[in-house]
Ligand binder design. Structure first.
Ligand SMILES: [Zn+2]
Ligand SMILES: [Zn+2]
Ligand SMILES: [Zn+2]
Length: 106
């Protein structure tokens, strides 16, 4: 018999809600608000951190808005015009000596 109380069912077993915590930051997980990975569970934040791609420029993890360019991923702030320093985002750009430039008319 299960003792009474609120239970979460996850990974094929039931858990006391207070025992069902993120493997990394130990935050108490909510039903539906976790990710499973090889028998461990992670909160959304830690999961995003683990799987976030690295920025090709500064090598840090990208959370939030991602810029895809030249088959690489960048922070939006890291992929900017070498001349005017504005983020290029989804504007047209061209490459010159390995640096991106926006197509703003000078
Ligand atoms: Zn966590
Ligand atoms: Zn970056
Ligand atoms: Zn520019």
């Amino acid at each position: 018999m299960f003792p009474r109380g609120r239970y979460l069912v996850a990974l094929g077993r039931s858990w006391h809600p207070e025992e069902f915590t993120c493997s990394q930051c130990k935050a108490v997980l909510e039903e539906g608000g976790f990710f499973e990975e090889r028998g461990s569970v992670y909160c959304t934040k830690c999961h995003d951190n683990r799987y976030a791609p690295n920025c090709a420029k500064c090598k840090k993890k990208i959370t939030g808005e991602i810029m895809h360019a030249l088959k690489m991923t960048y922070h939006v702030q890291c992929f900017k015009c070498a001349a005017c320093k504005n983020p290029i985002r989804n504007q047209a750009f061209y490459m010159e000596e390995g640096e991106p430039y926006c197509e703003r008319v000078p």
